[in-house]
Write a protein that binds this ligand. Sequence first.
Ligand code: GRG
Length: 273
Amino acid sequence: MDGEVRRPAQLMEAMRYAVLGGGKRLRPILVAETANLFGRSDDGVIYAGAALELIHCYSLVHDDLPAMDDDDLRRGQPTVHKAFDEATAILAGDALLTLAFDIIADARVHESADIRLTLSRDLARAAGIGGMAGGQMLDLESEHRDRTEAEIRTLQAMKTGALLRYACRAGAILADASPNDADRLKRFGEIIGLAFQLADDLLDVEADAEAMGKATGKDAEAGKATLVGLLGIEATRAELDKLVEEARTLLSPFGENATPLNEIARYIIERKN
Ligand code: GRG
């Protein structure tokens, strides 16, 4: 980048704070492990995973703002708008989102400009109105009314699922997998996304139960209807088991090479944070 560019120190600090303060790094791990499945494991894969993680971190910064979830803590630390201020948090999110596209367009990600273009376009779609941002909007506009199971599934597939699906498909594309295999990994990403959300809802219900002495099936903080609330805990656990089994079947053609991805699927449903 040219030498005249100035990067304001406070904004840089807020961006680093948003990204480097913990987190499971699930999305970049999925990019790396899906690429590894097809024999690619170099720095380019790490760049692509980092781009995706920056978008995830930006979404958390904006989600925590008073205009959205209004949270004081994230990953056990003050949220970015608490540690800095609201304007800095908004700008840090904006700058993380745009930095992601700077990185995904880097030649080190893939030698083919066509592939880099595909990865950039798909990333824009996963993060944008038909993906994460659109899902967040659907969530906000429906949070104070009853919602159907189909509505919840759609908004979650967009809000949480789109980045996870992107992670798995991008890994396959980065490693020049066949279109068939890229589709197979995309489906695996969808399964992971759904399992992640169901597990997240279950964790919320357990936290509610601990706080209130009983399970309510609603998100305690926001009072939002969740899938667990509609399906019940037993049916949710049964669906999670089915998803892990579907993931295993989907990856069975890859034999032992798919062990890390199957372990990630299992980790997602068993996770405690
Ligand atoms: C502001 C455009 C915009 C979108 C916000 C991701 C999101 C959409 C909101 C976060 C709210 C939330 C708790 C969603 C449920 C699932 C989720 C994405 C949890 C956080 O992801 P993890 O567990 O976080 O991967 P870490 O901290 O491990 O990176």
